[in-house]
Design a protein around this ligand. Structure first.
Ligand code: ATP
Ligand code: MG
Length: 254
């Protein structure tokens, strides 16, 4: 009998804001549920709650997202179906604004990791949409995930932020999930973008496309309304790459 796939958790994270994290999280979660047919959970950790707004079926904000971490609310109670079949959601709300503070107060370094572990029977893939910054929350994320996907706009500032994260990880020491930088909002007509791509030929790339902005009008992942468009195809390809890496690491026991 084929072995059940193990739970893998993939974080979409960046030091910088506005680089495409939420766009990545939604489209990767869609690919996991719709293409790979994995039982998938999207966990929105950003108080801006953009991912939640895009795919939530529950329009009521409960202001309970942070209570999961203080154990005042059982994690399963906040799981809701999303508008995508096979994809569940833990929605964010403004209570998450003080999540960093809570994590510091609690002094439980693996709180998020333990909560994720407790969902291992129910899901094959958990995707985390993270707020920007190098914070207590990102530390929790680094300890809880199998892979960290970092969207990088091909610009000096964005690439610098990627370098900062890499340096931080070296200084920090200890083990952490493997990092996968991915170019985001790539416009090959721009010399700067072409140069960046030449510098890092191994990094996957997602093109800049107005279709991506349409997601916020339609409130749907790309795959749900434009599955054959170039950006949707790029996200599907990225998902395949991530799946391969995650499975390789799991096989190697790491
Ligand atoms: N490939 C793309 N092509 C065109 N527009 C894009 C693309 N990716 C993202 N965008 C747009 O860029 C904006 C920022 O994207 P997104 O919200 O995903 O970034 P973010 O990193 O999650 O931001 P924040 O740090 O605020 O959470 C959005 O308006 C989104 O629609
Ligand atoms: Mg976001």
């Amino acid at each position: 009998m084929a072995k059940e796939p193990e739970l893998a958790t993939i974080a979409v994270y960046s030091l910088k804001g506005g680089v495409g994290k939420t766009t990545f999280a939604i489209n990767l979660a869609w690919a996991s549920a719709a293409i790979s047919r994995r039982r998938t959970l999207l966990w929105d950790l950003d108080p801006q709650a953009a991912a939640s707004w895009l795919i939530s079926t529950d329009r009521q904000s409960r202001d309970a997202a942070q209570a999961i971490f203080s154990k005042d609310v059982e994690v399963r109670k906040l799981i809701q179906p999303s508008t995508v079949p096979g994809l569940d959601l833990i929605a964010a709300d403004t209570s998450l604004r003080s999540l960093d503070h809570l994590f510091r107060e609690m002094d439980k370094k693996k709180r998020l990791a333990k909560l994720i572990e407790s969902l291992g029977q129910d899901y094959d893939r958990i995707i985390l949409d993270c707020p920007p910054g190098l914070t207590e929350t990102s530390e929790q994320v680094l300890r809880a995930t199998n892979m960290v996907v970092i969207p990088v706009i091909p610009s000096p500032l964005s690439q610098r932020a990627m370098g900062e994260v890499a340096r931080y990880l070296v200084q920090r020491g200890g083990s952490h999930a493997p990092i996968m930088p991915v170019y985001s909002m790539v416009d090959r007509r721009r010399a700067l973008h072409r140069k960046a791509l030449e510098d890092q030929p191994g990094w996957p790339a997602i093109p800049m496309a107005s279709m991506v902005e349409q997601m916020t009008v339609k409130r749907k992942p790309l795959g749900a309304f434009a599955a054959s468009s170039p950006p949707a195809q790029s996200f599907a390809g990225l998902w395949t790459t991530i799946e391969r890496q995650v499975q390789k690491h799991q096989k190697n026991g790491g």
